[in-house]
Design a protein around this ligand. Structure first.
Ligand SMILES: NC(=O)c1ccc[n+]([C@@H]2O[C@H](COP(=O)([O-])OP(=O)(O)OC[C@H]3O[C@@H](n4cnc5c(N)ncnc54)[C@H](O)[C@@H]3O)[C@@H](O)[C@H]2O)c1
Length: 441
């Protein structure tokens, strides 16, 4: 500090990372430290250096050399679209169409040479920045996709291991050092299960845990990775729709306590996330519906009917939406809270039901109804796609659970005119009325 870095950077036409952090957070660094703490500042700093490089920069050998050690994403857009976007502008190299097309062709070879990832759109760029690969057939490339050279421990749920475990083992090839099975379902997310895994693991610090399964497997194995040897790399390979569009993206890992779900965990961003939508073909219909609630939630937040897309595109778009939110707010201090749309109601209903007879997906579907009604929005789409039927639980228990969950003012995520809003204070009587409408009399 005080060495004159900022002045020096500006003198050579460079930028200061503090400026980028302030731009990303939309407030001064002193405010970030005061409001969110140093850890949040460091996380922003780590992700701040994203450079949109001029199209011709790669024609300089020095730039190509510098890119060799940097994640380089080629945003590959067809020439007609590019020309449409720049024609009539004052860009010096976009005045003549024939010359523009020639330049486009000449540079393509150089882009191919420097690119680590080829992106078609902003969602692809976000996924690349988050280390998320969404690709049909990517399970077969797992050996190449797990970063590093060290040994791999494959952790899967007993059920998924029987279906996709052998393919994962074959794909990992010589990297595979050990395999471990966790119980299927929420039982995986217990301290006893994770403790057993820690004791069985033989990996050293160079090792990587690959977690193959639904959200319970990736949550538990990711948490194990976050603390084993003070933190080793991990790679989730989600196999359920919940996992592919939500649980395996964003770096949150957790186990449950008897007092409640996800009460112990860590933020531990994966070294890579490998999403193969083909794995969903073996998912039972009931589990698919669980994931559909999160897809609809994501579509409502994004303001686009993502649920109408075919599977591969649906997964890509939802994963990218969540990845973008989590890259911008990795520690849940701001916009990441929007991912809880409808969840306050869902948790209250689940608690009142004693976690029996009401799945999380169905509870979220009901919660979305309440959130939409409080936002003054039409509920037709949610009703048509998710068909949420009111649930038979005790009204007072549900209300008490909601108040306990919120501890203090009732602040919810709502959909405003300009998109999602979080920490919106809603009068208690309105919240109670909407909760009541979700309960069968
Ligand atoms: N970390 C996060 O950000 C985050 C976000 C959302 C949810 N979660 C957690 O995710 C968990 C729920 O995840 P889930 O719904 O995937 O549950 P899950 O892991 O229990 O999987 C559901 C069931 O589907 C089976 N299954 C999974 N993939 C399959 C496939 N391809 N073919 C056949 N069967 C398959 C599993 O064996 C399991 O029985 C919860 O514990 C929740 O707290 C975490």
């Amino acid at each position: 500090m005080g060495a004159g870095k900022t002045t020096a950077a500006r003198a050579v036409g460079g930028v200061d990372s503090d400026d980028l952090v302030e731009a990303a957070a939309r407030k001064p660094i002193s405010d970030i430290f005061r409001d969110d703490g140093e850890a949040a500042f460091r996380a922003l700093e780590e992700r701040a250096i994203v450079l949109a490089l001029g199209g011709g920069a790669v024609t300089t050998p020095g730039v190509r050399e510098a890119l060799a050690n940097t994640l380089t994403v080629w945003l590959d857009v067809d020439v007609d679209t590019c020309w449409e976007r720049v024609r009539g502008s004052d860009r010096p190299l976009a005045q003549d169409e024939a010359a523009f097309r020639r330049l486009y062709d000449e540079r393509r070879t150089l882009y191919a040479e420097v690119a680590d990832v080829v992106a078609r759109d902003v969602d692809d760029v976000v996924l690349a920045a988050a280390g998320v690969v969404v690709e049909r057939g990517s399970l077969a490339r797992l050996g190449d996709l797990v970063p590093g050279e060290g040994p791999v421990a494959l952790v899967s749920d007993a059920h998924v291991a029987g279906i996709h475990g052998m393919d994962a083992q074959l794909a990992l090839g010589r990297r595979l050092a050990e395999t471990h099975e966790l119980p299927a379902g929420e039982e995986a997310k217990t301290l006893a299960t994770v403790d057993r895994l820690w004791q069985e693991l033989r990996l050293d610090r160079r090792g990587t845990i690959v977690a193959l399964g639904g959200g319970t497997t990736t949550d538990a194995a990711g948490y194990a990775a976050s603390a084993y040897m003070r933190g080793i790399d991990w790679v989730p390979v989600p196999t359920s729709l919940v996992g592919q569009v939500d649980a395996a993206v964003g770096g949150k890992t957790a186990i449950d306590l008897p007092q409640g779900k996800n009460l112990v965990g860590a933020f531990h961003w994966p070294a890579r996330t490998v999403i193969d939508p083909a794995l969903l073909e073996t998912l039972p219909e009931g589990q698919r519906r669980e994931g559909l609630s999160e897809v609809v939630k994501t579509g409502l937040l994004a303001g686009q009917p993502l649920w109408e897309l075919p599977d591969d595109e649906l997964v890509r778009r939802c994963a990218a939406f969540k990845a973008g939110v989590c890259l911008r707010d990795p520690h849940d201090h701001g916009e990441r809270k929007m991912l809880n749309l409808g969840h306050t109601f869902a948790h209250a209903l689940e608690t009142a039901a004693g976690y029996a007879g009401l799945t999380h997906g169905r509870a979220v579907a009901l919660g979305l109804l309440a959130a939409l009604r409080l936002s003054g929005r039409d509920t037709g789409e949610v009703e048509e796609i998710l068909r949420p039927a009111p649930v038979r639980v005790d009204r007072d228990r549900a209300w008490e659970a909601l108040l306990r969950d919120k501890k203090g003012a009732l602040r919810l995520v709502l959909l405003g005119d300009d998109g999602p809003e979080w920490d919106v204070e809603v009068p208690a009587e309105d919240v109670r009325r909407e909760l009541g409408r979700l309960i069968a009399s």
